[in-house]
Design a protein around this ligand. Structure first.
Ligand code: DON
Length: 338
């Protein structure tokens, strides 16, 4: 299918707005109070540096497209971004090489399999399914422009920092810990290389991918990053245009398809919004035109998605009226001529 049938007048794009600031702040506090005592899930244990996270940590941040933020709990505590870098990296690669080529190269279909699945790489000739799983994100990383590894890293860290509106730094302990236990990702990179689906040295792709996963963010940073995707690509605080509106649409579409891996269908059915999870317990949820929600709570379910994060997203999607599929019957009688 071709990329776009033509421009849409801005005034025809309609997305609604969040309730008043008082209502949003009060619901954010209510969600924090309600779900803070939930004790299901298990802190990630695959990466040793993440296994020491406190299961009690719980932060919520909502950012509106006008730049207002609404916070509760541990919203200002930094943690490593992990898989939450994937949609932003994909956005930056789309900007760099064009969204059509990025789609043709990386794919935009779900795997129905866990985020680190090797089977998903082995089962097709191309090996790639989408840039929200590890294989697709490692391949996307290999497409980053730059004459050497350092230039490529600058592209990644500068781009992700522009989404956040502040300079992001790497957590050295998380980076080293993940480097020392990276056999799964190294295996994926070798397979991709064998399928001719890596566009730089496998070692460079893995290192850049691992470093980007170790960037430190707070829930508020993530809410503002995700809000940039809700705001046609303009960072709501800095006012900087980070990516084009069309690329926001493309990234949000892939998040809907694969943001929660094999449970993406359950997520969409329940919450009705693009979302993305990370193994450190972060989650983002985007309400196009309105704003975005970010949560941080380390205990995860079996698929690697934060338990409190999902509960909060469901609660706020319902109570703030965010579900994209919601509508109410029109006041006009059916069958009557206008
Ligand atoms: O590459 C990995 O496996 C981790 N650095 C990131 C995985 C992740 O966050 C999956 N999320 N649910």
């Amino acid at each position: 299918m071709s990329s776009s049938p033509g421009p849409i007048p801005s005034s025809w794009v309609s997305t609604g707005h969040l309730p008043t600031p008082e209502v949003v702040q009060s619901l954010v506090r209510e969600a924090h109070a309600q779900f803070g005592s939930v004790d299901q899930g298990r802190v990630a244990h695959g990466i040793p540096a993440l296994a020491t996270a406190s299961p009690q940590s719980f932060g919520i941040s909502v950012a509106a497209t006008n730049g207002a933020t609404f916070n509760a709990g541990d919203w200002a505590v930094p943690f490593s971004i992990q898989s939450l870098s994937k949609p932003f990296l994909f956005a930056l690669v789309c900007e760099a090489i064009g969204e059509q080529l990025a789609r043709d190269t990386l794919g935009v279909n779900s795997t129905g399999l866990p985020f680190n699945s090797v089977l998903a790489v082995e089962r097709t000739e191309e090996g790639l399914s989408n840039p929200m799983v590890n294989a697709g994100a490692i391949a996307a990383t290999s497409l980053v422009p730059g004459e050497d590894a350092e230039a490529k890293w600058r592209f990644i860290v500068d781009g992700l920092s522009r989404f956040a509106g502040r300079r992001l730094e790497v957590d050295a302990a998380v980076y080293q810990s993940e480097q020392a236990t990276n056999a799964g990702n190294e295996n994926i990179a070798s397979l991709l290389s064998a399928h001719q689906q890596l566009w730089c040295e496998p070692r460079t792709a893995i290192d850049l991918y691992t470093r980007q996963c170790a960037l430190l963010v707070t829930a508020q940073d993530l809410a503002l990053m995700a809000c940039t995707l809700a705001n046609g690509g303009r960072q709501p605080l800095s006012g900087e245009t980070v990516i084009a509106p069309l690329i926001c649409r493309r990234v949000l579409a892939v998040m809907v398809t694969a943001g929660l891996y094999e449970t993406s269908g359950d997520w969409l059915y329940q919450i009705g919004l693009p979302g993305k999870s990370g193994v450190s317990g972060g989650m983002i949820t985007v309400a196009p035109g309105k704003g975005a929600l970010a949560t941080w709570s380390p205990p995860l379910d079996e698929a690697g998605n934060s338990v409190r994060g999902q509960l909060t997203a469901h609660f706020l999607s319902e109570r703030l009226g965010l579900n994209l599929f919601d509508s109410r019957p029109s006041g006009e009688a059916i069958g009557q001529a206008p």
